[in-house]
Design a protein around this ligand. Structure first.
Ligand code: AMP
Ligand code: ZN
Length: 504
């Protein structure tokens, strides 16, 4: 099957072939763990997940790595984000939003980072983000790779790509790397005049070129600091990804690199310069795939307009007034093509809930008819082939979902085969059920164990049927209410009471 992706590096659709037969090495820029991840972040992360799952569907082994940025993500002219997070954490503890024992010492950046790392992983697992289940092996923290960063910085200095300025800061010299600007479309000339994105004003006079970026900053007073050949201090933001991608993927040139569109410049431009500068290769990643931003009701998420949502806000009902099932949020965040701005809305969530409901019902019916026995099907199955071909066209999810929709609405004459097909489709979509094939322990879930809740509700259904038989209608009403309060929709049919989880 021919696979085509839009490569931000060449700005065209390109035929995808992995460097190593049957294996794809893929790196995704991960979260900064100074706060809870929002739905925009998860839009980008789940796009990476969809990409990975699709590649697995068509037979690749995907070596996926995603970093946790727990140091060094400085923004121009602002305080370090970790310092801001410490202040926020104190507020949250005071107001009770964060449990008293959760972070013992908010002034300890490692404790803050650990708290938000765990929160991120919990949300990501809930959303079926596969790589979260591979923590920590494939999800490295920047603070565990400082030595590697120093090694690469040393290498860059030796190769003439970096220099120590008068103020002791180590900078990457963009003029030493002729391809700088190729990914983002910037030229050194327009960067010279400050156009083309965020160029730090700080210490401009010490740099050889205004676009030179920091690799190491000596600063004894910084909240996180390490010894180094260039003094006690901390690394720049970009170097961690170059180092961790190389170390964990064990490759100098990888197949795919993903992130949100805002990372194209400067972050990914700088990653390329560092990695290629250090290894001498022409490329760092063969394919660069970027997700466009998520909007809420057509606009950027905004705290003042109350449209800034974390994944937890959505789960807990801040958008719809009712808890939202993670499968619905996952579907909503992945249903639009990654190169369009996804417009998140309550209406969208409701529509997604309808689609997910249909898929769950179909799955349940197939499970019942087959006793869970699925036939083995491969990609030569016409429907699966169409599904995979749609996604092979630069992840054309709209087309893939149209095919799924058709499948969900059809009468399945051979339920064994249909279940086999669905399992393969669901290995990519991960909605019905969301955690198929993943070792998800929902006992960790603050909402309690789904399985346990289901068992209890089914028990009440049987009691409800018995009460109806005995014409004890007040008892039957009481039980119906109990089941509804537990988050289920109750239906009474000729075979007795059945339930469905309310999705939004
Ligand atoms: P951060 O934690 O800010 O470094 O962001 C993690 C990922 O989320 C990065 O790949 C960003 O590009 C991406 N991202 C941030 N905001 C949005 C948004 N509104 N929509 C989509 N992706 C986003
Ligand atoms: Zn990165």
């Amino acid at each position: 099957m021919q696979i085509r992706f839009y490569n931000s590096l060449t700005k065209r659709l390109e035929l995808f072939e992995s460097l190593k037969l049957g294996v794809v090495s893929m790196y995704s820029c991960g979260p900064t763990v100074y706060d809870l991840a929002h739905i925009g972040n998860f839009r980008t992360f789940l796009f990476g997940d969809l990409l990975r799952r699709f590649l697995e569907l068509v037979g690749y082994r995907v070596d996926h790595v995603m970093n946790i940025t727990d140091v060094g993500h400085m923004t121009d002219g602002e305080e370090d984000r970790m310092t801001q997070a410490a202040a926020r954490m104190k507020e949250n503890k005071k107001s009770g939003r964060v449990a008293e024992g959760a972070v013992e010492n908010p002034d300890d950046p490692y404790q803050i980072a650990e708290y938000y790392t765990q929160a991120f992983l919990a949300d990501a697992k809930k959303l079926g983000y596969k790589i979260a289940f591979e923590y920590p092996q494939r999800v490295p923290k920047a603070t565990n790779h400082i030595a590697g960063m120093q090694e690469m910085i040393g290498e860059l200095i030796r190769r003439g790509h970096a220099y120590v300025a008068d103020d002791g800061v180590v900078y990457f010299s963009v003029e030493s790397f002729p391809d700088y600007g190729k990914l983002s479309g910037n030229t050194l000339d327009n960067l010279q005049s400050g156009a083309g994105g965020r160029v730090s004003e700080e210490n401009q006079s010490r740099k050889r070129h205004p676009a030179d970026f920091m690799l190491w900053k000596p600063d004894r007073h910084h909240i996180m600091k390490w010894d180094s050949p260039w003094g006690v201090g901390y690394p720049g933001w970009h170097i961690e990804c170059s180092v961790m991608a190389r170390k964990l993927l064990q490759r100098d040139v990888i197949d795919i690199h993903t992130g949100g569109e805002d990372l194209i410049f400067p972050h990914h431009e700088c990653e390329i310069a560092q990695s290629c500068g250090a290894t001498g290769n022409k490329r760092f990643a063969n394919f660069w795939l970027h997700a466009r931003f998520l909007f809420v009701n057509g606009e950027k998420m905004s705290k003042s307009k109350g449209t800034f949502y974390t994944a937890r806000d959505v789960f807990e009902g801040k958008v719809t007034g009712k808890p939202v099932h993670p499968a619905v949020l996952r579907y909503e965040l992945t249903k639009a093509h990654y190169r369009t701005n996804l417009d998140f809305s309550e209406k969208g969530l409701q529509d997604s809930a309808i689609a997910v409901r249909r898929m769950i019902e179909m799955r349940q019916s197939l499970e019942q008819r087959t006793g869970g026995q699925a036939a083995a099907v491969d990609l030569t199955h016409p429907l699966l082939e169409r599904f995979a071909k749609a996604l092979a066209d630069d992840l054309n999810i709209a087309e893939a979902l149209a095919i799924v929709n058709q499948f969900v609405r059809t009468e399945h004459r051979d339920p064994y085969e249909a279940l086999g097909v669905w399992k393969r489709i669901n290995s990519v979509l991960a909605v019905a059920p969301i955690h198929e094939g993943l070792n998800y322990d929902d006992a960790d879930d603050s909402a309690g164990s789904e399985e346990e809740a289901l068992r209890q509700a089914e028990q009440w259904c049987r009691e409800l049927d018995a009460a109806r038989k005995e014409k004890n209608y007040s008892r039957a009403d009481e039980l119906r209410k109990k089941i509804q309060d537990a988050g289920f929709e109750v239906r009474t049919g000729k075979d007795g009471t059945t339930i469905q989880r309310v999705l939004v």
